[in-house]
Design a protein around this ligand. Structure first.
Ligand SMILES: Cc1cc2nc3c(=O)[nH]c(=O)nc-3n(C[C@H](O)[C@H](O)[C@H](O)COP(=O)(O)OP(=O)(O)OC[C@H]3O[C@@H](n4cnc5c(N)ncnc54)[C@H](O)[C@@H]3O)c2cc1C
Length: 479
């Protein structure tokens, strides 16, 4: 059993042990540091702090600089049965880094070395704590892109991307992080260091890399990774269309992918989100949806992809708005998400539920979730944000404003419960890119069904003392 509240004797012992591993300057125990790390970008954790509520704090913040130091920390934590919560950039939206049972927050930010670019194989190898934008800009200076451009690129780091199975805005063309990660180094809960070799693919049993991609710090600590690279595109072009309804917009996307074209960007905004995001800057008919398309590649390919896509959109009733809305979104994609704009003062709270479904279910999932969430006093607006050959994701944004903290937190929970239930009922999957963390932890069993015991068994084998990020991903939940 891991300890939930450490006594002062144990904290002293732990502090001494941590200092001996990473040095005194890299072990923090000040209250201010702990409070700053008590939340991530999960709107509920931020709203509760703003409302003056106290969140659980870590006992120590530890900043390792190498795989060996991470290993030594985990050996000590295992011996003393202390919870360890890894922290990447701290921009997760699901409370994954919240140290709900105290113990150590293991912050990887000092592990930010970029080791090498292999030009021949087009790969890049780096430590897990490197911030996304630093890695991307390093690749750019060598004529490459990671192809992984989540909106949190400036805030999140490599380990966090992999730990949450994240998806960038151009994932249709370049792939999601699980497609981009070739090699991986993970320190297991007992302190042993494991490596998955960088290989374009393998046929040696199940792909064990995928076990750790998306494990959210519950199965070990990611310390290094090798990612694929792509040459910077010769052309990057944008095109935008409005459609009279969600159905025709989705049909346009489905038909574009069906003939083998993979736009770098394919985002469809429903009427509410289109009005909110674009009506200030562009004129289009009220109640219409907005489709943003992007094309990357050499000129011949981009010409072809764009022409074919324009034909499909025109045939399905789209109105061509040129590059304007898409280009504007691209240029402002990093500054439109400031959390302060999402959750305002008082007991107004907003969040996003990102889900994914195949095309045959996508519209039903959208309609049912929207209906269920609106019935709970939520204002809902959505866009279909990451699209693929077989389906895509919906980014459902909701807001609610309540008279007291009590009703705000209860309404927020009901919106989530009913939204996720509607998604699962219609055959959707409850998370596309944000992971599970704490906010979706209680839904994991419903989502995974007969696979949930398998996940639990894997956890028990790799982490028998349950030290790694307890309470997240539906694992290690304590009463
Ligand atoms: C403004 C904004 C925009 C966003 N846009 C996107 C987007 O476009 N696409 C997308 O996918 N997500 C997006 N997110 C969500 C978030 O940024 C991603 O989930 C990101 O991958 C989290 O990385 P991080 O480094 O911030 O992780 P953190 O928040 O630090 O951690 C997330 C989880 O991973 C674990 N973890 C972190 N590092 C490690 C490690 N080295 N080893 C083991 N476990 C680890 C933590 O314990 C935690 O459970 C956005 C968030 C914000 C605030």
């Amino acid at each position: 059993m891991i300890s939930t509240v450490l006594d002062s004797k144990t904290i002293k012992k732990l502090y001494k042990r941590m200092v001996s591993i990473v040095g005194p300057e890299n072990v923090h125990r000040q209250e201010t540091d702990k409070v700053l790390n008590a939340h991530d970008a999960w709107p509920l954790s931020e709203a509760k702090l703003r409302a003056g509520e106290m969140l659980p704090l870590a006992d120590l913040l530890v900043f390792p600089s190498s795989r060996e130091e991470v290993a030594a920390v985990l050996v000590a934590a295992n011996e003393l049965e202390i919870p360890v919560t890894p922290v990447g950039g701290g921009a997760g939206t699901c409370g994954g880094t919240l140290p709900i049972y105290g113990g150590i927050q293991l912050d990887l930010k000092r592990m930010c070395e970029i080791y090498e670019i292999d030009d021949q194989s087009m790969t890049i190898r780096a430590q897990a704590g490197v911030v996304g934008i630093d890695l991307e800009e390093h690749a750019n200076r060598h004529g490459y892109t990671l192809g992984h451009t989540p909106t949190s690129l400036r805030a999140s780091n490599l380990g966090g991307f992999i730990a949450t199975r994240s998806g960038g805005s151009m994932s249709s063309l370049y792939g999601k992080i699980e497609d981009l990660t070739l090699g991986l180094e993970v320190v297991l809960p007992d302190g042993s260091i494991t490596k998955c070799k960088a290989a374009p693919r393998q046929s040696v049993g199940p792909d064990l890399r995928q076990l750790f991609i998306g494990s959210e710090g519950t199965l070990g600590v990611i310390t290094e990774a090798t990612l694929r690279l792509f040459p910077l595109p010769e052309e990057r072009r944008f095109r935008s269309f409005t459609f009279p309804n969600v159905h025709s917009g989705l049909e346009a996307i489905r038909n574009i992918f069906r003939i083998g074209i993979t736009p770098s960007i394919a985002r469809l905004y429903d009427p509410e989100d289109a009005a909110m995001s674009f009506s200030m800057h562009f004129e289009f008919e009220e109640g219409h949806c907005m489709l943003l398309l992007g094309f990357d590649g050499d000129k011949v390919r981009v010409d072809f992809d764009e022409r074919k896509s324009v034909d499909i959109c025109a045939k399905l009733g789209g109105t061509d708005l040129g590059e304007g809305p898409s280009k504007r979104w691209w240029e402002h994609r990093y500054d439109m998400y400031y959390p302060t704009r999402l959750t305002t003062s008082g007991y107004a709270i907003g969040d996003t539920i990102d889900i994914v479904a195949t095309y045959d279910k996508l519209e039903r999932v959208y309609d049912s979730m929207k209906k269920a969430m609106e019935a709970d006093d939520a204002i809902v607006m959505s866009h279909f944000s990451h699209m693929y050959q077989n389906g895509g994701s919906i980014y459902m944004i909701f807001f609610t404003s309540q008279p007291s903290a009590e009703t705000a937190w209860a309404t927020y929970k009901k919106i989530w419960d009913d939204g996720v239930a509607a998604c699962l009922r219609e055959g959707g999957t409850m998370s596309h890119q944000h992971g599970v963390g704490l906010s979706r932890s209680t839904y994991t069993e419903d989502e995974l069904g007969s696979l949930f015991p398998v996940l639990k068994k894997i956890k028990e084998v790799l982490d028998p003392k349950g030290i790694m990020n307890p309470g997240k991903l539906g694992l290690g939940v304590r009463k």
